[in-house]
Design a protein around this ligand. Sequence first.
Ligand code: NDP
Length: 242
Amino acid sequence: MGNKKLVVITGASSGFGVEMAKEFSESGYPLLLIARRLEKMEALNLPNTICRKIDVTDKKAFENAVREAEEKYGKTDLIINNAGVMLLGDIATQDGNEWKRMLDINVMGVMNGMQIVMDDMRKKESGTIINVSSIAGVQAFGNHGAYCASKFGVTGLTRVARAEMSPYNVRVLSIMPGAVATELLGHTTDKNIIDGYNQWKEDVGAVNITANDVAKTIKFAYELPQAVSLREIIITDTKQDA
Ligand code: NDP
């Protein structure tokens, strides 16, 4: 384990989360991985890693897992609030339960993760929180109504937290990726929207960026000196046109 400190990653069972888990583990960080599909995280078989089946909207369970990992590896130095869902739909017709799910996971889940570590980070006067927003957290896209609401929310709450935490020398960053091939689109229930999105990716050729590119960028931001805050990172495929 060396002198590397605990890194907590939510949404570590696929996409960006898996790539971050591998990248941080390769550099020797002890990890707490959180998602609902436990078997996917355990299959990574990473050393010094605790995997827990947790829904980030369950604050108590989330906090218990963090405290358990901290017992073993010491206080959290980095939390990456990455768990999220994207259920695209037309605001005029989309089922309100889908809006609620997005807001609960993408916004409340992130706030839960932040609150769980903030007090200790303030006391230590050190630490980093990285929230995964989206380019849809700074720009509007068709059929992204509730998703944009959730990700603009993440962008906003991250800015507020940055101001609140800066006197304590704690970094609060957000990363806003553009389209990257992961499981994310697969949860959208409207097939026409999925087809349209895939058609756009094909037309523009904008999916050459990988989840691993995003993971490496997040690790780069974290490994800068504590005095350096890469506040907001917008990262897209070079060919992404919006
Ligand atoms: P994936 O669908 O591949 O991964 C999402 C992860 O979040 C999974 O590990 C999933 O695990 C987890 N998750 C979802 N809901 C919950 C929950 N309630 N509790 C705990 N974990 C949960 O998508 P990505 O890797 O693409 O997405 C990661 C983040 O990046 C998301 O916040 C997404 O909005 C954001 N993003 C993605 C972009 C992209 O184009 N791919 C672009 C911009 C932002 P499980 O289902 O096992 O719980």
